[in-house]
Structure formats: structure tokens, C-alpha cells
Design a protein around this ligand. Structure first.
Ligand code: HEM
Length: 603
């Protein structure tokens, strides 16, 4: 049914790019596409393999009522689903998974030098640096593949003859990823990797996944988290903030970890006011549920529409949360009719949140393709200039290079500048665009400070190696594996003759183009979109799926679990209000802002 309708609406019309269809037709197409992808493009990494999911503890009353630290018991029928250590699944069927024989083909460092390295900064003029911080903050909630630092096992990437790192070195050593594969695994599936975070959207980056870290961040009074006398997160012995997850730490993460720790405490105050009988644990558990749902909502109805900045993106994302019914209240009859005839799915018509969970027959975990399409390192700028939030004037004049806002230097900046000025800086400065030759130079030559031994890496080469190591298909096979038409020629991927010439100097064929390079190269895109249709297709299936499968965002998004006040808090929450709650000094600057992930301007 879905296929037939989609063919009539899209294929048979001969329209090459679905987003050029009339709005309502494009929206119906999207709804049908999502059903098609969810029904056919979810592949569990445990099926056919000898490995078992990690063991979950017992799901008692406490685990039923609140999010657990290790993510177990979100699904009460299969308690280990999506928990810490659970394997990433895939959107591509096993036959599309790369087998590792092309790990160094073509040389990823050559691809970086020619196609990725930033020549001049290309801004994404519809996105600010806050949007970059935001997405990284969320990525740290969802995923972290284990790096094999200290195992002594490296992937040796030969440096091209004219490489800037020569003559000091002739190869780049990249610690191998640690895979979870076992001898009885199906060889067709190549390799499987486990997640060091929980797969659920549960703010584990703030709350931690172990009792030790969780204990360290909590006051154990009134449900609250620890903040110092300046209202900031405490500094740990490693020189960075005490918080749930702090890999690849930089100022953007520091700003948002502080913000949502403050927000947690505000939610605790509000709950205590309405429920003075709640003890520390209950306040903490409910505040975590609410804080998490707020993040999922802001991401869905504010961040994503900023990234997909047009009418289709806006309506599609509003209806993911609220349903088309509430997005177009005056079109209720049309929505009901389209639903009754099966043209619109239930989630498209009535929204995902608060409606029954849906699994499409496959246990939930995030996918390797989903990780691959979130490699948004070109969003990072070369540096920041801190501005005064009242005047917009630079403070201390000079730009602080990107490298000097990473790791413990980020924490120093948090203490050396005013929080409101740092927020204003991130609000007013542009993000980089996800296009070719826009990877920040600082990320192309840096040493991971906490690795032992320290490794000098170029993150773009590492990004490509990781995708290849994890069996992520090249861009054209991702398209085929998702049932999208392949790029038949270079021109199909990007019509610019100069870009084609440059790509041809690296890749023998359009079939070889890496996912990362393909994502940056893909043109045309819908106007206002930060990326192309291939990336978007992976988002369509996975962004919906992680909402649809989470008990606390579907079946149990109820007053019983959240309290009525909690449901109201989530319903009313906007990112602007959160910023203003914790930095009311930004009132003037934010007064003209409608989406806080688009650049703010001083009057
Ligand atoms: C200064 C800021 C950042 C630094 C220092 C940084 C550094 C890193 C490093 C070292 C890795 C792991 C490489 C490996 O596999 O060996 C990584 C992975 C990754 N980064 Fe970043 N990154 C930054 C910002 C961002 C941003 C803004 C995004 C946007 C979404 C992002 C998305 C990712 C993703 C999706 C991965 C793969 C995660 C996984 O393998 O599970 N990063 N980054």
C-alpha cells in the first residue's frame, strides 16, 4: 500500500526531487516514506549472531517509574533493549555492509587534503553556533563508540607524498575501534559495535550512566544537582566540569551542560512547590524525565526546523511531536480522512509523543548510519570572539582559536567570562556549513590530550576511517540500501565542474565516495536545508524511531509518571524561555528571536 501510494505520488509524477512537489503532496510523501523506511530498513545486530544483549537487572517498581542509569527497563518486555553496551543496529541490510577490504581505498587522508580541509570559512547563514553546541550535546546523549586507545592496535594511514605532515611522519596512526563481534557472528554482517552510552534519549550525558558519576553530580537534597557558588558546575580533578559525559569537551558543551543542570534544579523547585511531600529520589527522577522530554521537544520542534529551514521542515517536525492534527487544527477533517484511508500513518496524523510506542518488529537501538550522518564537524568555526551581551562589542578584542576553547581550556573560559556573554556569543556567531572544503583546520591536526599514548589525529580522516571500519556503505550504496535512486553520474551528486574535477582526483568512481564526503558534496538541497536528501532520509527514519520506541515519551508520557505539572512544563517549554530563565539579562537580545538556533542580532 505504502509503496503503491508513494509511486503514484512521487515516482510516477517524474519529479526528481520530492521537495519540489506541492506542499501537501510533499508532506504525504514524507509520511509514506517514513512508513516504508521503518518497515523495511531496520536490521538488528543480534539476529543471526551468537552474541547476546548485555544483561539487564530486574525491572521492579523503581525501574518502571523512572529512567535507569544504564537505560535498562525502558522496554519492560525486553529490559536490555537500548541499554548501555547494547549494539548499534543498521538501516542497511547485511548485503550492503562494507566488509573492511576497502579500509584505505581510496586514501582517506588524500580525500581530506583535497576535499575537506577548509580554505575559507563558509558560514551556514541560517544557523548559529548555539545550534552546533546543541547537536553535539545531544550526540553525547545518544552515542559513543569505544576507541581502542591503549590496545596498541592501530590503523596505519599512509600520508600522501605532498602531505603537510611530511617529512616528520609518513603515516597517521588511528587507534582501532573496539568491536563487539564474536566468533559465531554472521560474517555477512561484518562487524558490530556496542554503545558506551545508552541509546535512549535520556540525557545520560548529564546524569551519567554509572552510580559513581551519578552520585558525584547529585546533592541528594530535594532532587537537585550540584552547582558551585557561582551557579556553575564544579571542576573535576581532570580540569573539566563534573558531569555525566565529557568526551571531546569544548565550550559549547560546557554551556549546555551548565544550562540543563540549572534547568533540572528549576524543575525540582517547581515540583517541590506543587508536591511538598515528594522525597529527594522522586523529585530527581521526575525532574530527569521532564528535563529529558524538554530536550527531545526542543530538538524536534526547534533545532531540526532550524536545520531544515523551510515550510516542509517546519510542518514535518511540528507534526512529529504534535501531529498534523494539531499543526493544522483547521484541517482536522482532512487529516482524519487521510488517516482513515491509510494515506497518513497514525504518528503523522496524531503525533508520536503520548501515543502508543511502535517498534516495527525490531528492538530499538541507534544505527551505524545514524552515527555517520551526525558527523557535523564542518559546523565548527575556526574560533570565537566573545561579545558583550548588552552591546555586541567584542570583549578582549581577539578571536579565541577553536583549539583554545576545547577540553580544560573550555572550563577556564567558563570561569573567566560571564555566562550571559558566552551565550550571546554562541547565539550571534554563525555555524559553518556542511559543504566540501569547510572542515576546521584545528580539527585536522590535533592531539587527543587524554589518550595514552597521545595520538596526533586529523578528525576528517578519522571520520572516514570509522565509517569504513564500521561497515557503513559508501554514499551511493547507502542510497541503494535505503531504496533511494543511486547517483548515476558525478553530476547527479554535485553539478559543479570544479567540484567534480576535485572529486575525480581522489575517487575512481562516484561509487567510491565516502558517506562523509558525499554528505558535504550532495547538491542540490531543498533551499534552507543544512544537508541533502541522503542524510535527511536517515534522519526521517531514526529521528522518529527514537521517539516512537521510548516508553517514557509514548505510553508513559502521562501525569502518572511526570505529574500533571511535569506534562505542562514540557508542553510549555521553549528553548528561548530556558535561556531567559537562567540568563534573564538576555531579554533584549532575544526579544526579536523566534528560533534561538538561527543567528541572533543586536539592535
Ligand atoms: C571541538 C569540538 C569537537 C571535538 C574536539 C570533537 C572530537 C571528536 C573525536 C575525537 C571523535 C572520535 C573520533 C574517533 O572515533 O576516534 C569524535 C566523534 C564524533 N563527533 Fe566530534 N568533536 C567535536 C564536535 C562535534 C560536533 C559539533 C558534532 C556534531 C554533531 C560532532 C559529532 C561527532 C560524531 C557523530 C562522532 C562519532 C561518535 C561515535 O563514534 O560514536 N562532534 N569527535
Amino acid at each position: 500500500m505504502v509503496d503503491i501510494l508513494n509511486t503514484i505520488l512521487y515516482g510516477a509524477t517524474g519529479v526528481r526531487h520530492w521537495w519540489t512537489l506541492p506542499l501537501i503532496v510533499a508532506l504525504i510523501h514524507l509520511s509514506l516514506e517514513r512508513e516504508r523506511l521503518l518497515s523495511k530498513h531496520l536490521y538488528d545486530s543480534y539476529v543471526g549472531n551468537s552474541a547476546q544483549p548485555p544483561a539487564a537487572g530486574k525491572c521492579g517498581e523503581a525501574e518502571r517509574r523512572a529512567r535507569t542509569l544504564d537505560g535498562s527497563c525502558n522496554n519492560l518486555d525486553q529490559p536490555s533493549m537500548g541499554m548501555l553496551g547494547y549494539r548499534f543496529s543498521r538501516n542497511s541490510a547485511p548485503e550492503w555492509v562494507e566488509d573492511g577490504s576497502r579500509l584505505l581505498v581510496p586514501n582517506p587522508r588524500d580525500a581530506t587534503n583535497k576535499l575537506m580541509v577548509r580554505d575559507t570559512f563558509k558560514p551556514a547563514e541560517t544557523l548559529n553556533l548555539m545550534s552546533v553546541a546543541w547537536v553535539h550535546f545531544q550526540v553525547h546523549d545518544w552515542m559513543s563508540h569505544k576507541r581502542g586507545v591503549g590496545t596498541g592496535e592501530f590503523i596505519h594511514v599512509p600520508l600522501p607524498e605532498d602531505d603537510p605532515w611530511r617529512p616528520q611522519q609518513t603515516e597517521m596512526l588511528i587507534p582501532r575501534g573496539i568491536n563487539d563481534s564474536q566468533s559465531g557472528d554472521d560474517p555477512k554482517q561484518h562487524v558490530s559495535f556496542a554503545n558506551e552510552q545508552t541509546h535512549w534519549w535520556d540525557q545520560s550525558q548529564i546524569y551519567g550512566t554509572s552510580p559513581e558519576i551519578n552520585d558525584k553530580i547529585r546533592t541528594h537534597v530535594d532532587g537537585k544537582l550540584k552547582l558551585d557558588d557561582d551557579g556553575l558546575l564544579f571542576t573535576d580533578v581532570d580540569g573539566m566540569e563534573v558531569t555525566g559525559m565529557k568526551q571531546n569537551w569544548w565550550l559549547g558543551l560546557a554551556l549546555l551542560h551548565n544550562l540543563f543542570t540549572k534547568e533540572h534544579n528549576s524543575i525540582c523547585d517547581y515540583l517541590k512547590e506543587h508536591h511538598p511531600d515528594m522525597d529527594d529520589q522522586e523529585l530527581y527522577d521526575k525532574a530527569r524525565l521532564i528535563n529529558t522530554a524538554v530536550n527531545a521537544k526542543v530538538h524536534t520542534v526547534e533545532w531540526t526546523p532550524a536545520i531544515l529551514s523551510d515550510e516542509i521542515g517546519y510542518i514535518a517536525l511540528q507534526s512529529n511531536w504534535f501531529g498534523l492534527e494539531n499543526t493544522f487544527p483547521d484541517q482536522k477533517l482532512l487529516v482524519d480522512t487521510l488517516r482513515a484511508t491509510g494515506i497518513l500513518s497514525h504518528p503523522s496524523a496524531y503525533g508520536i509523543v503520548g501515543n502508543p510506542a511502535k517498534f516495527y518488529g525490531v528492538p530499538f537501538s541507534l544505527t551505524e548510519e545514524f552515527t555517520a550522518v551526525y558527523r557535523f564537524h564542518p559546523f565548527l568555526p575556526d574560533g570565537i570572539t566573545v561579545v558583550d551581551s548588552d552591546t555586541g562589542h567584542p570583549i578582549n578584542g581577539e578571536e579565541i582559536p577553536l583549539i583554545d576553547i576545547t577540553f580544560r581550556k573550555a572550563t577556564s573560559i567558563m570561569h573567566n567570562y560571564k555566562y550571559k556573554d558566552l551565550l550571546a556569543t554562541f547565539g550571534t556567531q554563525f555555524s559553518g556549513a556542511m559543504v566540501l572544503n569547510n572542515y576546521p583546520k584545528a580539527m585536522l591536526d590535533f592531539t587527543m590530550p587524554y589518550d595514552n599514548p597521545p595520538t596526533r589525529i586529523d578528525l576528517s580522516t578519522v571520520d572516514m576511517i570509522r565509517d569504513r571500519e564500521r561497515g557503513v556503505p559508501r554514499i551511493n550504496n547507502i542510497r541503494r540500501s535505503l531504496g533511494l535512486p543511486a547517483f548515476k553520474s558525478w553530476e547527479d551528486l554535485n553539478p559543479d565542474p570544479e567540484v567534480i574535477a576535485q572529486m575525480k582526483s581522489v575517487y575512481a568512481s562516484v561509487e567510491d565516495v565516502d558517506c562523509l564526503v558525499g554528505m558535504a558534496a550532495e547538491m542540490p538541497r531543498p533551499p534552507g536545508w543544512a544537508f541533502g536528501d541522503t542524510t535527511f532520509t536517515v534522519f526521517v527514519v531514526m529521528a522518529s524511531r527514537r521517539l516512537m520506541t521510548d516508553r517514557f515519551l509514548t505510553d508513559d508520557f502521562t501525569p502518572e509518571y511526570y505529574t500533571q505539572e511535569g506534562i505542562d512544563w514540557v508542553r510549555n517549554a521553549t528553548f528561548k524561555d530556558i535561556l531567559l530563565r537562567h540568563s534573564p539579562e538576555l531579554k533584549d537580545l532575544l526579544s526579536t528571536v523566534s528560533n534561538p538556533f538561527a543567528p541572533w542580532t543586536f539592535k
